[in-house]
Ligand binder design. Structure first.
Ligand SMILES: [Zn+2]
Length: 369
């Protein structure tokens, strides 16, 4: 929300990293001695209502289901982790935002032999004639409901957001210009755990209903990976598990400064501006297969390693220290967006229609974070 207002705008932009490093990918023909192949067994618990949309019937958007139970498609989970990896790992911007020019350094990878870390991990397709495809090294199953009755509730929503012509809402933090070197994130809204905030500014005709799944439901999914370098496995673990303890200081001014502490949590699906989609993803077990040489040289497969509980937490901590200890502008801004502090009682809302119509407001900046 703009300066001077008690409300907060539901989203902010996080600046991307300065450079994208590209190199040749490891492919199946290029197994290296220590490349990691294995699986993460994961649980996802909803902290606020969740909406993953299927088709629309009239003015009702339905939740995707299988055998009458809500399900989270693996493609949704892959998209969540890939876009997080693009920001955290300094990858290219695969999905171009049509509202602004992406500068050359952020341009999506175009050559299969020279790829950023996220294209090497998640795959890419060249765009010209005779395009080559690099299959990703990570595959993610659908999230299957394992806890909760799966009953969906209907919520009335207004699915609009400020237009890019309102430049104060789209400037890159730091540079202060609209250049696309940024990623959009929505704040968590721990005050909205039981129901979505009803939109206030919407006209009756613009309202939709969506089928949301309440908080407290848990899904199980697996992440399979092959031939990852140490750096790629570290990034994968970070973007799935995030951080368990972060402290965030938001300098609003004087005594109003906001201090938030808590874990970093993901935000998935739609209606994020109304508080939907906060979820806790945790890795239950990690399994690493033995190196390819021992795997293929012997019929009896020995040496599979498996971690869970405290030993797994130690493994994750050891492999993600470089990200957890990273205080770059990108990571600091990301923590501001992802911190989940149950005591956070900020109220989030877009300005109403009349505020946007009033020309003088187009230059009013957002609150500093
Ligand atoms: Zn790339």
């Amino acid at each position: 929300m703009p300066e001077g207002s008690e409300l907060w705008n539901p989203y902010r932009f996080v600046p991307t990293r300065d450079t994208i490093r590209r190199e040749a990918p490891l492919t199946r023909e290029r197994f290296v001695v220590n490349a990691a192949t294995g699986e993460l067994d994961c649980l996802l618990t909803t902290l606020t209502p969740l909406f993953i949309g299927k088709e629309t019937v009239g003015k009702n958007k339905q939740f995707i289901t299988r055998a009458n139970k809500p399900v989270i498609p693996g493609t949704s989970l892959k998209g969540l982790f890939r876009s997080m990896a693009e920001l955290v790992g300094g990858g290219c911007m695969l999905v171009k935002n049509k509202t602004w020019e992406v500068d050359d350094s952020q341009e999506a990878c175009t050559d299969c032999r020279s790829l950023c870390i996220t294209c090497r991990m998640f795959g890419m397709m060249e765009r010209q004639a005779h395009a080559r495809v690099l299959k990703g090294k990570i595959s993610i199953s659908d999230g299957v409901l394992v806890h909760g009755d799966g009953r969906l509730h209907q919520a009335a929503v207004y699915l609009g957001s400020p237009k890019p012509s309102h430049t104060a809402f789209y400037k890159t933090p730091g540079s202060g210009v609209v250049d696309g070197r940024q990623r959009k994130f929505y704040f968590h809204q721990p005050g909205q755990v039981d129901a979505l905030r009803h939109p206030t500014a919407a006209k009756e005709a613009d309202l939709w209903t969506i089928d949301v799944l309440p908080k407290g439901h848990t899904f199980r999914f697996s992440v399979q990976f092959e031939n990852l370098t140490d750096a790629e496995l570290s990034l994968l673990l970070y973007v799935v598990a995030l951080e368990e303890r972060a402290e965030v200081h938001v300098p609003i001014g004087g005594q109003d400064d906001l201090r938030l502490t808590g874990p970093l949590r993901h935000k998935l699906g739609y209606a994020k501006s109304l508080g939907a989609g906060s979820c806790h993803v945790r890795i239950e077990t990690m399994t690493l297969l033995p190196t390819p040489r021992s795997r293929y040289s012997s019929l009896a497969c020995h040496g599979e390693q498996r971690w869970e509980g405290g030993e797994l937490l130690k493994q994750i901590a050891a492999r993600t220290t470089s990200y957890v200890g990273d205080s770059s502008p990108t990571m600091q801004a990301l923590r501001v967006m992802l911190v989940w502090d149950e005591k956070d009682r900020r109220r989030f809302s877009y300005p109403d229609f009349h505020w946007f119509k009033h020309g003088v407001n187009s230059a009013v900046p957002l609150k500093r974070v």
